[in-house]
Design a protein around this ligand. Sequence first.
Ligand SMILES: [Zn+2]
Length: 525
Amino acid sequence: MPVFPQSLMAAWFLLAQAVPLESATSLPFSPLKLILLVGWACFCLYLTPRLKDNPLVPSEYESLFQVATLLGGPLVILVLVLTDTRASARDKSFWDRLKDAMLGTMGVKPMPVEESGLQLFDANGAELSRLYGHGEAGPGDRHVLAMTVQIIEEAVRQRASDILIDPKDHTSYAVRLRVDGALRTLRILPAATSRAVLNSVKAVSSMDLAERRRPQDGAFTARKGDTSVSFRVASSGALNGEKLSIRILNQNAGRFTLADVGIPEQQRSIILGALGKPFGMVLVCGPTGSGKTTTLYSMLNAIDRQTRNVISVEDPIEAHLPNVSQIEINAKAKITFASSLRSILRQDPDVICVGEIRDEETAEIAVRAAQTGHLVLATMHCDSNPTALIRLLDLGVSPMLLSSGLSLLMTQRLVRKLCRQCKRPARLSPAAAEGFRKRGIDPGRMFQAAGCDACGGTGYLGRLAVCDLLSVTDELRTEIANNPGLAAKLRSEGEKKSRTNLKNEAFRLVVAGITSLDEFKRVVG
Ligand SMILES: [Zn+2]
């Protein structure tokens, strides 16, 4: 009488569901599944002894019934689990999903919860476990802390620039990483675990844990051995809970050169020419996430900081630069770009670096400083060089001042580089290939993205800047100073030209097989 196999299997399944191998907190508890399992086990225990000699079951079908009761429960559970994981693991193969389901990991990447050696510290140098659980962290707390540390560590390992933790619905949260400008899902966590992880991040970022709706800002540092990484955290209330975005400051930015950023030789010499002048403003423009700060740092690296007094005002300071006096903006302490700039000008600077021109006062002081014998490097949030000029005029900088202060305008975008290990020749339609050939371009040298382990399946690894430069020549200077219809002209002709320049630069990378046509279209198309 095979009562035992069914009961044993039911017990094993119950155990596997209740205590999945390693990711206990990443498994969403489903009461429905548990009820089904318990029901099935009872059904097995009730039915199997009664099968034999039952008039309803012909003896030749008895073994078939045995098999059906043995496999029925697990099959139902399997179907439930596979439908559960369908949404979160659409890119996985059926067998991978099956494996995940059998291991009880529900499509969530299994990561062993163990001491990694990475520690998180708040602004005062207090360690996370002291802040969360007040030094007496229970087993549940320790698991949350380990998970927080894991997420941070994984983000740093994947070279992410941001970690986003958002409620997906009322039962789960998505943890996503922004790598090379594109988002990818790291894991899906049940709401209760996510809230605990959110609280631990908020605790180490010196935020108010009770405040779940109003936006808050904070910062923390991660250390492992003698390397450290800084993080800026912003929280706010969202539908179904609270969302958190963690920005990872790029510590390597301080070591980049103009060549590392990807600026070609010809453009480098124009930039170096402007940086070599004793005065004038070099303005780097671009939308959010276009790498303006990194370019600004690489410009500072091209300046001889032993012989020139360099002071920078930043929000926030991303990386430490030797021989630069770096000042961080702090709105709460009333340290603004404008107030810092005013005090800097009294400290005999040669080079002033302005993290971002956002308001009239900063624009005015920065351009005036550039006109009165200082080299000023600054960034501005706008699409193109012509819009930067229009924006400065809109901010109330007089055309006279602007014409004498500006030296070089530069707009940039970041283009993802194809992963060298997996890129494959581009598949083009015969018409498109013929079109390229007519323009003297060899389509055989173009590549497209594939995806491998090295690039996380995206087909891209690392990014390069593509730039449009606008040197402020004497001719342009006269035009800025005297032409009242300049803004209209810039809007029509200037922007078109700027876009064409950016396209040409990006296309050069496609032809060289460094990036793909798809990426070209995404960034400048
Ligand atoms: Zn690859």
